[in-house]
Design a protein. Sequence first.
Length: 92
Amino acid sequence: MLKSKFFNDFSNVAQGAFSIANAVREELDVLIKNRLERLLVSKGLVTKEENDFAIERIDDLKMKIDGLEAIVNKQSKEIKSLIEKKKIKRGK
């Protein structure tokens, strides 16, 4: 019975120590992450997530620009065609 109580107490103390160690590790992770983010911001750098978002946004804008260029090119051809038709009619 005495050994069992000793091991139970020791187990509780060890479990508490591991819990504290885990909490300290998590707190250090948060502190390091926050300091790293502040450093990146102060140097004008961005995180991977921000970079990925910017690249995705740029790709979306490129697709829109390509679509608008196609529309402009089509309308430009139509205008040239109308101008040619007018020149032909005037020539008659």
